[in-house]
Design a protein around this ligand. Structure first.
Ligand SMILES: *[C@@H]1O[C@H](CO)[C@@H](O)[C@H](O)[C@H]1NC(C)=O
Ligand SMILES: *[C@@H]1O[C@H](CO)[C@@H](O)[C@H](O)[C@H]1NC(C)=O
Ligand SMILES: *[C@@H]1O[C@H](CO)[C@@H](O)[C@H](O)[C@H]1NC(C)=O
Ligand SMILES: *[C@@H]1O[C@H](CO)[C@@H](O)[C@H](O)[C@H]1NC(C)=O
Ligand SMILES: *[C@@H]1O[C@H](CO)[C@@H](O)[C@H](O)[C@H]1NC(C)=O
Length: 326
């Protein structure tokens, strides 16, 4: 190295060590907000890397964009953290992913300030102790793709406005304390819809007919208090259907199962009729136990390979793997 080059090199090193902010990528506004979030969460050990002396873009649990240097991902999970989701999360305007997941004691409502995060695509607040409603303001987050509020103590009914989100492809609201009906609008989501998971709640009333018009990857409405007809869901090309442990009552003989359906659990309902011949075509898992079915199990496909418990506790279902019909 030439002496002058060497000198300027040393100067740079000197400043880099002496003043950490010299090389900070972190946006000062974001840093201020993040430190407020840390304080609101009672300075947990989990956020020990959030040291004000250090560039916030190298702190754990977040990511800065390479182009804007703004924080676009905040993913706080699997830690011992107490408190409510701080309102300051709403002051990270570039956030696309917000996750507070599986923290020991996150309580209170789904933070209303989240409504300000209009760039949000992924919102995961699952496995906490959140209470209050699934808020209507979520339908203002027009870029939302993925919503997971599962495993909380949310109550009240599901806002039908969620179906207006143009890019939403997955909703998980399972394992909460939700009541009321499944919104009629839920058959009219715009795009492909891999996941609609509403199981383990207290949803009641009948399944909206519109759900039969939408092809889901995975439709799980199990362990609720849904009643009446469910035959419409078989009009779709949904691949995975779990309606078990409800109060559903319809004639299974009249149903035509699509070739796309590979997984079907209907146990613990009040379903009558007999198994349709179309069950032979594509099912790789079936459980119709604890219903009111009758008649011979169609022979073919995987139907004889399933354990007898897939069929037991029906009115008069018979044939392999159950005892032969009389
Ligand atoms: C959890 O948080 C609530 C309120 O924020 C508090 O009352 C409670 O004591 C906390 N529980 C534990 C186990 O830390
Ligand atoms: C939805 O997704 C499309 C395609 O990825 C994108 O162009 C659009 O900006 C997104 N947001 C809204 C509100 O449509
Ligand atoms: C669910 O809601 C009922 C009232 O509707 C309440 O009594 C119960 O404690 C709630 N359960 C949970 C786990 O929050
Ligand atoms: C249904 O199955 C057919 C044939 O396997 C396939 O071409 C089609 O893409 C599937 N549709 C859906 C919505 O999965
Ligand atoms: C079917 O469901 C019943 C009731 O939950 C259960 O006891 C049985 O083991 C299940 N059988 C199969 C094959 O899934």
């Amino acid at each position: 190295m030439e002496p002058l080059q060497k000198f300027s090199f040393l100067i740079i090193i000197f400043f880099a060590i002496l003043s950490p902010s010299f090389s900070d990528r972190c946006n000062p506004e974001d840093k201020k907000v993040l430190l407020k979030i840390k304080k609101a969460l009672h300075n947990p050990y989990h956020l020990a890397s959030w040291n004000p002396e250090v560039d916030c873009c190298i702190w754990y649990s977040l990511k800065c964009s390479r182009t804007t240097n703004r924080v676009y991902k905040l993913t706080i999970f699997a830690g011992q953290i107490n408190g409510q989701i701080p309102a300051e999360v709403g002051d990270l305007p570039f956030l696309e992913t917000l996750m507070f997941h599986k923290l020991t004691n996150i309580t209170g409502p789904v933070q209303p300030a989240i409504a300000k995060l209009t760039n949000l695509k992924y919102l995961d607040l699952s496995w906490n102790h959140l209470s209050g409603p699934v808020p209507d303001f979520l339908s203002q987050l027009k870029n939302l793709i993925f919503l997971d509020l599962s495993f909380n103590q949310l109550s009240g009914s599901i806002p039908s406005s969620l179906s207006t989100l143009p890019n939403l492809t997955s909703i998980r609201l399972d394992r909460n304390n939700l009541t009321g009906q499944i919104p009629m609008s839920f058959g009219s989501f715009a795009g492909e819809f891999p996941y609609l998971i509403l199981s383990h709640n207290k949803l009641s009333g009948s399944i909206p007919a519109s759900l039969g018009k939408k092809d889901f990857g995975n439709l799980d409405l199990s362990r609720n208090r849904l009643e009446g007809d469910a035959s419409m869901v078989f009009n779709s090309k949904t691949r995975w259907i779990d309606l078990s442990r409800n109060l559903l009552e319809f004639d299974f003989s009249k149903v035509e199962l699509s070739e796309n359906l590979t997984w079907l659990d209907l146990n613990h309902n009040k379903i009558t009729g007999s198994l349709p011949e179309s069950a032979i075509v594509s099912l790789q898992f079936l459980n119709v136990s604890y219903n009111r079915l009758c008649g011979e199990i169609p022979v073919g496909g995987d139907l004889q390979r399933f354990d007898y418990t897939a069929y037991f506790h029906n009115r008069c279902l018979c044939g392999a793997p159950l005892p032969p019909c009389k």
